[in-house]
Design a protein around this ligand. Structure first.
Ligand code: ATP
Ligand code: MG
Length: 330
């Protein structure tokens, strides 16, 4: 079976709607046709400072959310990145194949690094996309479900795979990004020109927050001073974002929603979308709490996932080390 790999950072108490609609929803679907490897990427999390106790807690909360969203640990290897040392080992090899200028062109690094002063920007944040390439290539993944913001990193991953293959012989599978059409980029409710993001929590709908709070955030979403409810991402970014979220959570077409809300006010749209979100997150949160009530069982699931992941990752790493000329360890 073809393989799929993706990861998510345990850097917040909750995933947000952008994570879900841009990527996680696809993870759940793809596990049916693919041999799936899904990880909580704690190595990526420490590219910015983390409190140790919080990181540990958030790693479990992340895994619990993935299970509650429908990741089936009997089908998919669900694991924690640091439990599989081959990610970091392959990353080093790939770093040595990456140009400094090439890494410097990554726009996520430019965005994230300019939010802090230079001494607080770690080298790890700079090399993060190369570790991400290793995450993907170590499983020979065919598909990588991610949001639009990851497109450039996937391009780098493919370039590195091709470079390695050209220099040392065919080793890596070239992965294809799986970026959803309608929900590739969910925008911040307070700034509908910016991506909804864990690291800039302004207008972020968190899946684990009090649902009433989510509904309130949606009611106070920034829109525009027209009255018309119409999908037009250029001229009406805020309203269009709400329509996209509404459509994705209900399975109803945007055009159908436009017709339903013709002649009605933004208040109606926001109130109804708030209810849709509450209905979605309420049962989800109950399930997450259920998984968190039994951390031993959760850790067992993650242990089993890591074991499966390691057997695949170790095989790739062995062949990489051999091809680049490392002496086999006896
Ligand atoms: P950070 O801002 O710290 O990078 P994040 O919100 O981007 O956090 P990640 O863990 O980096 O969260 O991303 C997990 C997945 O969610 C990735 O596949 C990413 O592309 C996707 N994603 C994140 N934000 C959005 C968004 N606003 N719209 C669609 N997909 C998103
Ligand atoms: Mg991100």
């Amino acid at each position: 079976r073809p393989r799929v790999l993706s990861g998510i950072q345990p850097t917040a108490d909750s995933f947000h709607l952008g994570n879900y609609l841009g990527a996680l929803r696809e993870w759940v679907t793809l596990q049916r046709e693919f041999d799936a490897f899904y990880c909580v990427v704690d190595l990526h999390a420490i590219t910015v400072a983390q409190d140790p106790a919080e990181l540990r807690r958030r790693t479990r909360v992340s895994a619990a959310q993935l299970l509650a969203l429908g990741i089936d640990p009997d089908r998919s290897a669900l694991f924690v990145q640091s439990h599989v040392p081959e990610h970091a080992q392959l990353s080093w090899v790939l770093e040595c194949l990456t140009g400094f200028g090439e890494a410097g062109r990554m726009t996520q690094f430019k965005d994230k690094s300019t939010r802090q002063d230079a001494d607080h920007v770690s080298v790890g944040l700079f090399t993060y996309p190369i570790l991400q390439a290793a995450d993907i290539l170590v499983y020979q993944a065919n598909a990588v479900p991610v949001g639009e913001d990851q497109r450039q990193h996937l391009e780098l991953t493919r370039n590195l795979a091709q470079r390695f293959n050209a220099r040392f012989g065919s080793t890596f599978t070239l992965p294809e990004p799986k970026i959803p059409q309608e929900t590739a980029k969910i925008f911040d409710l307070q700034d509908p020109t910016a991506k909804m993001s864990k690291s800039v929590p302004a207008g972020v709908v968190e899946l684990m927050e009090d649902p009433k709070r989510s509904a309130k955030k949606i009611r106070s979403a920034v829109t525009d001073n027209e009255r018309e409810i119409r999908y037009d991402p250029e001229a009406k970014a805020g309203v269009s974002n709400l329509l996209v979220i509404y459509s994705a959570l209900t399975g109803r077409a945007v055009s159908e929603l436009e017709a339903e809300y013709a002649g009605r006010g933004y208040g109606d749209l926001k109130k109804d979308l708030g209810e849709v979100v509450v209905e979605f997150v309420t049962p989800f949160q109950d399930q997450v709490r259920g998984y968190l009530d039994d951390p031993a069982e959760l850790d067992k699931i993650l242990g089993k996932g890591a074991e499966k992941a390691r057997s695949v990752a170790a095989e790739t790493l062995r062949s990489v080390y051999d091809r680049i000329g490392f002496l086999p360890s006896m």
